[in-house]
Write a protein that binds this ligand. Sequence first.
Ligand code: SF4
Length: 126
Amino acid sequence: MTTATAPEPTKRQLKVVKNAVCTFCGCVCDDIELHADDERIVETKRACILGEAWFKNHTAERHYPDALIDGKESSYDDAVEVAADILHGANMPLVYGLSNTTCEAQREAVWLAELVGATIDSHTSL
Ligand code: SF4
């Protein structure tokens, strides 16, 4: 009697990214280790449950147009012009939110707030 052994399942090659930054909440943890296959993140070491959900469900798929003006699709340049006009005319501008935002974008938002004399706040004030 002979026995056959099943072949070992092939292990997927996972790409590992160390020290990834989670921008889901204001803690901005910067020591997350991500493991990803060709399509999505499959493991998030050191992320909390919120960060894990954010990383695993965050996609690069495009669901929305680049810009909207009054709810209608517009070009990015036109949207920037309208946003600049609104900010320039505002009496008490507020730069608010910034969750799910990269460090670089947050830096630019702080710069913009200083430029127009705005108050800046994050969603954590809720
Ligand atoms: S959601 Fe969790 S992992 Fe992400 S920054 Fe906040 S505390 Fe860190």
